[in-house]
Design a protein. Structure first.
Length: 545
């Protein structure tokens, strides 16, 4: 019988964490969550440190699962549900011994269950969570027989055991386990390509035969309550599901293309909905400026950045910070991305004439204190929003521009009088997402001459820089997860005067710089210095004039 040690004691003995940090992790973690996961989430240890400590202290080997020749027949011994629930996969057999890759080799309940259910003695090896989920996704591919799908008509496609149903489930499960934000189902002339957008970049997961296209799309349409017979017009829908007991919201967009309907599924993992402003990666100065602005009783605050730059998360976190029983908060969105308690949310519906502008007019008759508009897309919405901010309401919204300062001429170009723009605007926040260096393969480097020059040009000192060398945990990219970079432009009386005197945007930019504004690139470079991201990532998303 193995010596049943406790993970916390083992990590303290290894000198990685303190008793206090363990106590904190134990109080913060969910009932079903493992202590190791919570310690990694809190940033006290990396997954790699956890694995190395277990390997050293317990003498359990760590294996590279991506390169291990797994015996696929062994998956019949352990159900997919048990493998996912306990984060493990059987990989080999040696006589009466079953070798199992586990993320937590100290999960003695799971080991006992396996011993009883399989009849084998269990020998553990350690692998990362991502490697195990990827292997489960690969080896438990419910062997879909594509020939079966051809004969299934639309009427039968939603039978629980139908191959199209299983294929869609696999595609969705794979996307969620790989932390994808979007799933693309691309019809080509002779095949269908399934791609996942992970950390902002698309990668191909698999191709499936062309002849299953209609059944595959029909299954998705049935799930999203869309019209199966309509194949010539774009359609949008929504699916709420639970995958491995995780609530997930899926937004479906279908677009007819030359080779059939292309489907894009946006995954909104409701566990990852950050509603705490303090956890939104603002640096200290920007955080204080933003809090001060959103706590003003009136005025207009705009968030700007491309699609998928986390603007909605920042807006929801701001609303969450502001909501209490003494204020009336109403939003109008297209679509409502996250449902928030204590906030009145209105969904735009252009089919019945409920546009942003019409909805906004009605909202103003509802005695609101704070209004959030999903996006300012046209002159009419912009004008009503500005008038609302001038009549004592706090208005929050988003707009598509390249930088905070570029938002001012954008509003004027829409046709709004400059004096109205300047009297209503109180703050503009530009935001981008950059990939974070993978903590498991992070390495320290001396900065290159180009990097040194860039820091000097921005008036910053550079120490060490970091990069990820690539490992299985990050699929050899060197990056894992994303972090936001910001610039916060506070519209003060000087900027208002400069605008009214027709000063140019470069002059306003110079004034903002002298006033201590931290531009996107500067916030990015500060995060490079902290070892969070790389210069390449920052330059990829910032448009430096």
């Amino acid at each position: 019988m193995e010596n049943r040690q406790r993970l916390g004691d083992l990590l303290v003995k290894a000198g990685l964490i303190t008793e206090y940090q363990i106590e904190e992790a134990l109080t913060l973690k969910d009932r079903d969550q493992k202590l190791g996961d919570e310690l990694v989430k809190l940033g006290y240890i990396t997954e790699q440190q956890l694995i190395e400590a277990l390997e050293f202290q317990l003498g359990i080997p760590h294996i590279n699962l991506a390169e291990y020749p797994i015996d696929p027949s062994l998956t019949e011994l352990v159900s997919k549900e048990a493998a996912l629930r306990n984060v493990l996969i059987p990989i080999n057999r040696d006589g009466n011994k079953l070798i199992v890759a586990m993320n937590d080799p100290m999960d003695y309940y799971a080991i006992d269950d396996l011993r009883l259910s399989t009849g084998f003695q269990i020998s553990q090896v350690i692998a990362t969570k991502d490697e195990i989920f990827t292997s489960i996704h690969k080896y438990y591919r419910d062997s879909v027989d594509f020939n079966d799908i051809e004969v299934i008509g639309n009427a039968h496609v939603d039978g629980e055991d139908a191959p199209a149903v299983r294929l869609v489930n696999q595609i969705l499960t794979g996307g969620i386990h790989q932390r994808a934000s979007d799933i693309h189902i691309d019809p080509h002339e002779t095949k269908i390509v399934i791609r996942y957008r992970i950390d902002g970049l698309l990668k191909t997961d698999r191709t499936v035969p062309k002849d299953i296209q209609s059944s595959l799309i029909a299954r998705i349409k049935i799930m999203a309550n869309l019209n199966i017979t309509e194949t010539r017009l774009p359609q949008d829908g929504r699916i709420k599901i639970q995958l491995d007991s995780v609530p997930v919201d899926l937004r479906i967009s279908i677009l007819p293309t030359l080779f059939g309907e292309k489907v894009v599924i946006r995954i909104l993992d409701l566990r990852n909905n950050v509603t705490d402003l303090a956890k939104l990666d603002f640096n200290k100065i920007n955080y204080q400026r933003f809090i001060k602005m959103i706590e003003l009783p009136s005025g207009m605050i705009l968030l700007t950045g491309p699609t998928g730059s986390g603007k909605s998360s920042t807006l929801y976190a701001a609303l969450n910070h502001l909501k209490n029983e003494v204020v009336n908060i109403i939003t109008i969105e297209d679509p409502v991305e996250y449902q928030m308690e204590g906030i009145n949310q209105v969904q735009v519906n252009t089919n019945i004439g409920l546009t942003f502008a019409n909805g906004l007019r009605s909202i103003l008759r509802q005695d609101p204190n704070i209004i959030m508009i999903g996006e300012i897309r046209d002159l009419e919405t912009a004008e009503i929003a500005i008038r609302a901010s001038l009549t004592g309401h706090l208005v929050l919204s988003t707009i598509h521009t390249n930088s905070a300062i570029a938002t001012i001429p954008r509003l004027i170009d829409m046709g709004i009088e400059p004096f109205l723009v300047m009297s209503s605007l109180s703050c503009i926040v530009a935001q981008r997402l950059v990939r974070k260096i993978c903590p498991n393969c992070k390495q320290e480097f001396d900065p290159t001459e180009v990097e040194n020059n860039l820091y000097q040009k921005r008036g910053l000192k550079v120490g060490k820089v970091y990069r990820g060398k690539g490992c299985n945990s990050c699929k050899m990219t060197g990056y894992r997860g994303r972090v936001a970079i910001h610039e916060v432009l506070v519209i003060d009386d000087t900027i208002r005067t400069m605008m009214m005197n027709n000063k140019s945007m470069p002059e306003i930019k110079n004034y903002a710089l002298r006033s201590g504004m931290i531009f996107l690139i500067d916030d990015g470079l500060l995060k490079v210095k902290q070892g969070i991201t790389t210069i390449e990532e920052v330059l990829r998303v910032t448009m430096e004039e």
